[in-house]
Design a protein around this ligand. Structure first.
Ligand code: NDP
Ligand code: 2IT
Length: 444
């Protein structure tokens, strides 16, 4: 059996009931075959893959809080500090009822490769809780965040681990978490990115993931003589990543016709009105169906996904495994040219393979959504130097970072004779950086 297959079998056995982790690990290992086979003996001897795929530290903890009815609630909190070879642990926090160890192992592993691709000195981590923020009052959110941080604070710090947002964790939650961190540590050191501009946040962090996604997609499209200008674009999700992907695609002249949430999707042939979208989702925290009640040209399709809508470009920006094989078939049938992942692992492996086989340009999330964490690292730099950079300055650097990522993943794919296969390119380019540091830092 090859070293890769041996490691894969052993890790699946060691992490039973972790399908998302198996999926993320499987995709990475499959891509790495070309890079590893040449060094199989050395890597086997130094147990390189076993080390790479075992998180350095996994923390899980009790989070108790009192709801508005005076009832005690108990949730589970996590932080997976996956790999610090390149720098302090860095990655978001997800608050969603589906959160479990498998999901966070998958996300922390992806984050390790993604952070390497940004070219910044940051390791990989992820955390969160099975807490469901939907329908909770501001007071409940605050008390939950304070209780969560009452345990987490001892494990993080500006040179140790810097958490940020992810699903269910945006500016409001980061504010509550950071306030409690400061109270407990009596330090103002910036730990946590995605902070408000009034207290150490960076310009462009809110926009960074969606904007970065569209920047890298535009570059890939230009290489094949296409562009966002005049293109019809389908976006899934209506949270942070989706909203700013819609906004930037529109800046570039696209007609974005959908957004969605877990209840259904909205189709607006006139193009999504971003001001209404922000009002409904960011201010009112309402369901996306409310958008269709406000905008006369929009139609709401309950319980359906966006992938059947005719488009040139698709941007999955909601959640893992939201774009399945049947969805990929519909997209190809409708003539899609490019699929660029805003979410983490939104496309199943079967769907990815189908899109690639049918000549669709496909960039995986660990490369295409890296703009968010990249600007988080710029926020860390601003906090360390106590300098505030302008919107234009940070935006220009974000664009440059996305360009460098595109160049590196293209080159890595070419090095292994699979030009245009950005899945292989991203995994190999990320792997090379992480293992170089791991080998130089010794075996522990
Ligand atoms: P948000 O919480 O702001 O938004 C999440 C969106 O996805 C909501 O519209 C939500 O709808 C929708 N959604 C959640 N579950 C499902 C589901 N089962 N089916 C369909 N839609 C669903 O999160 P973000 O925008 O921050 O994150 C979106 C994705 O992008 C995630 O995969 C995240 O890991 C990834 N990402 C985020 C980054 C960031 O900077 N925020 C950076 C890089 C990647 P509902 O309200 O109904 O739950
Ligand atoms: O998946 C991700 O890259 C994020 N949720 C952002 C992480 C960060 O540290 O900004």
């Amino acid at each position: 059996m090859s070293y890769i297959d041996e490691v894969k079998a052993r890790l699946e056995q060691k992490n039973p009931n972790e399908p998302l982790y198996h999926q993320a690990m499987g995709e990475i290992l499959n891509s790495l075959r070309l890079a590893i086979d040449k060094h199989e003996d050395e890597y086997r001897k130094t147990k390189l893959l076993e080390r790479l795929l075992e998180p350095e530290r996994s923390i899980s903890f009790r989070v108790t809080w009192v709801d508005d009815n005076g009832e005690v609630q108990v949730n589970r909190g996590y932080r997976i500090q996956f790999n610090s070879a390149l720098g302090p642990y860095k990655g978001g926090l997800r608050f969603h009822p589906s959160v479990n160890r498998s999901m966070l192992n998958f996300l922390a592993l992806e984050q390790t490769f993604k952070n390497a691709l940004t070219g910044q000195a940051i390791g990989g981590a992820k955390g969160g809780s099975d807490f469901d923020p939907k329908g909770k009052s501001d007071g409940e959110i605050m008390r939950f965040c304070q209780s969560f941080m009452t345990e987490l604070y001892r494990h993080i710090g500006p040179n140790t681990d810097v958490p940020a947002g992810d699903i269910g964790v945006g500016g409001r939650e980061i504010g509550f978490l950071y306030g409690q961190y400061k109270r407990l540590t009596n330090t103002v050191d910036g730990t946590l990115s995605g902070k408000g501009l009034a207290y150490g946040g960076s310009e462009v962090r809110t926009e960074a993931t969606g904007y970065g996604l569209v920047y890298i997609a535009q570059e890939a499209l230009e290489k094949i003589g296409k562009t966002f200008r005049g293109a019809t674009v389908v976006v899934s999700g209506s949270g942070n990543v989706a909203t700013y992907a819609v906004e930037k695609a529109q800046h570039l002249g696209a007609n974005v016709v959908t957004v969605s949430d877990s209840s259904g999707y909205v189709y607006d042939p006139n193009g999504i009105d971003v001001a209404v979208l922000k009002q409904v989702k960011e201010v009112e925290r309402a369901r996306i169906s409310v958008y269709a009640e406000r905008v006369p040209t929009a139609v709401y399709y309950p319980g359906e996904k966006v992938w059947g809508v005719q488009c040139d470009i698709a941007l999955p920006c909601a959640i893992q495994n939201e774009l399945e094989l049947d969805d990929a078939k519909k997209l190809v049938q409708n003539g899609v040219i490019g699929v660029f992942e805003g979410a983490n692992m939104p496309t199943t492996r079967e769907a990815t393979a189908y899109l690639q086989k049918n000549g669709v340009v496909f960039i995986p999330g660990k490369a295409s959504n890296a703009g968010g964490v990249a600007v988080s690292a710029l926020e860390m730099g601003q906090n360390a130097s106590r300098k505030h950079r302008s919107f234009e300055d940070v935006d220009a650097e974000l664009k440059e970072i996305m360009h460098t990522i595109y160049t590196e993943i293209s080159q890595a794919a070419m090095d292994y004779n699979v030009p245009g296969n950005f899945v292989v390119g991203a995994n190999i380019a990320g792997f090379r950086k992480v293992i170089k540091a791991m080998r130089e830092e010794g075996y522990v």
